[in-house]
Design a protein around this ligand. Structure first.
Ligand code: ADP
Length: 178
């Protein structure tokens, strides 16, 4: 008799929450970083302040990161285990490949999750702050990319962390729409 081992099917739970991503005790939080990876404003500044100077030292060894890509470091003083530093595109009207670059951030973070055995991961709304990407368009890309790639990366829980109420209601609507 031949025993067949079918691969486990991972069902990923997606949820939206409103709050500060630096407080979450998940396996990995995602940072909306810039190409230098040496810290900045917005969520990047909050993550570096909360994680401590060791994070900056770890980032300095990574030699930057291309737009649409992401790199991992430990999370040091944060309650999470890992920080995946993703570099989102600056919004320039939408004809410069911004959608694909933003999708690339989410995809690469899910690949990093798989490599680091991170089952629960939290994303901020990458590019929608200082980088000016329209919130609804960015949220649609985020949700679609995560829905497509999270199960294959064996990620079980994805939290979309919204800093403001408007972003939160966009994500809630998109997630309810299934
Ligand atoms: P970007 O340069 O990629 O636009 P920002 O940090 O300016 O990055 O903004 C990305 C998103 O992160 C925005 O929606 C912003 O409101 C949000 N944000 C800022 N601080 C935090 C935080 N502490 N936790 C979660 N989200 C945050």
């Amino acid at each position: 008799m031949i025993l067949q081992h079918s691969p486990a099917v991972v069902v990923t739970q997606l949820e939206a929450i409103q709050g500060d991503i630096t407080c979450l005790a998940v396996d990995a939080i995602v940072n909306a970083a810039n190409q230098s990876l040496m810290g900045g404003g917005g969520v990047d500044g909050a993550i570096h302040r909360a994680a401590g100077l060791e994070l900056l030292a770890a980032c300095s060894k990574l030699k930057g990161c291309a737009t649409g890509d992401a790199k991992a470091t430990p999370a040091f003083r944060l309650p999470a285990k890992w920080v995946f530093h993703a570099v989102g595109p600056v919004w320039r009207g939408g004809a410069g490949g911004e959608d694909e670059l933003l999708a690339g951030c989410y995809r690469r973070c899910l690949e990093l999750a798989r490599e680091h055995h991170a089952k629960a991961i939290a994303f901020p709304a990458i590019s929608t702050g200082i980088y000016g990407f329209p919130s609804e368009r960015a949220a649609r890309i985020a949700v679609a990319t995560v829905r497509e790639h999270a199960p294959g990366a064996e990620v079980e829980l994805v939290k979309f962390v919204c800093f403001d109420g408007q972003t939160y209601s966009i994500y809630q609507r998109l997630l309810q729409a299934g």
